[in-house]
Design a binder for this molecule. Structure first.
Ligand SMILES: C[S@@+](CC[C@H](N)C(=O)[O-])C[C@H]1O[C@@H](n2cnc3c(N)ncnc32)[C@H](O)[C@@H]1O
Length: 263
């Protein structure tokens, strides 16, 4: 129960609730205005414990990193899908172990991590990314979180609008023009398979939904947005937070049907 954290990624929180994410390495050191803590000390500490800095004896709470901590703390070079939306994508997309999943684009790789976790070492995730710099960056981001290179993951440097190879159980899209992928899903998504598209603006949503309806091989087309409203609960002050992150993107889901002869 009180097992030490070991060398890995942790979150340190000070009294003012400032959060620091760090990767523990033998001989490493965390330093702040309040003094320093040796990584070796943190690695030997159980998750949830308090550790004091050497020098000023200031307390820090240390926890093992969560998925949300990790993707929200990283210095972003591409826009990520936020955890609240990732949760919906995994559930509405019915992502589960043993599936063969296609994802595009990859960006930072935040969704890729969530899908790999859901697959739990089974099935396969193939990701198409058009930019080499993002493909390289996302690999580092994904492997660093997992702590290993998963054998059920493959990232391909290519333009998904030009076509896809294979037949997938699920297709997850985070692209400027997802409707350009729809023609490739006629043969690239299994019958009954789900397509989930993460789309920032209403005009893009309209183009995507029109395309899904007109192609004739999708049904159960749904569009929604996920609104998260944090509350402040502090003594007698119990009310919605005054700050709210208002809009991230819409989520469009659709289910592949059998194809009529005349299609
Ligand atoms: C917003 S980012 C994806 C973020 C990612 N879902 C995450 O959670 O971190 C969009 C990505 O799509 C890639 N992209 C854009 N057009 C593409 C295309 N035609 N084929 C493949 N990737 C594409 C971009 O280079 C970018 O990396």
């Amino acid at each position: 129960m009180n097992e030490p954290l070991g060398y890995g990624i942790v979150i340190l929180t000070d009294r003012k609730r400032n959060r620091h994410m760090l990767t523990l390495k033998p001989g490493g050191r965390f330093s702040s205005q309040y003094g320093y803590i040796e990584h070796d000390t943190l690695a030997q500490t159980p998750s949830g414990a308090i550790v004091k800095t050497i020098g000023k004896e200031q307390p820090y709470r240390v926890f093992g990193v969560t998925y949300r901590d990790y993707v929200m703390h990283i210095k972003r070079q591409a826009q990520i899908i936020y955890p609240k939306d990732t949760a919906a994508i995994l559930m509405w997309g019915d992502v589960a172990p043993h599936q063969n999943i296609l994802e595009s684009g990859v960006g930072q790789g935040a969704l890729s991590i969530a899908v790999l976790r859901a697959l739990a070492g089974t099935g396969k995730l193939t990701s198409y990314e058009i930019r080499k710099d993002f493909a390289d960056m996302s690999k580092k981001f994904i492997y660093s979180y997992l702590g290993y290179e998963p054998t059920n993951y493959n990232i391909e440097l290519r333009d998904i609008y030009q076509g896809i190879d294979g037949v997938f159980d699920r297709v997850l899209l985070d692209l400027p023009e997802p409707w350009q992928v729809v023609p490739h899903l006629k043969n690239g998504l299994v019958n009954g398979g789900l397509m989930v598209s993460y789309i920032p603006t209403v005009l893009q949503v309209k183009s995507m939904v029109d395309c899904l309806r007109e192609c004739g091989y999708f049904d159960e087309i749904e569009t929604f947005e996920q609104i998260l409203r944090p509350w402040k609960v502090d003594g007698l002050s119990v009310r919605p937070d005054t700050w709210i992150y208002n809009h991230s993107a819409f989520i469009v889901t659709a289910r592949k049907t059998t194809i009529c002869e005349e299609d």
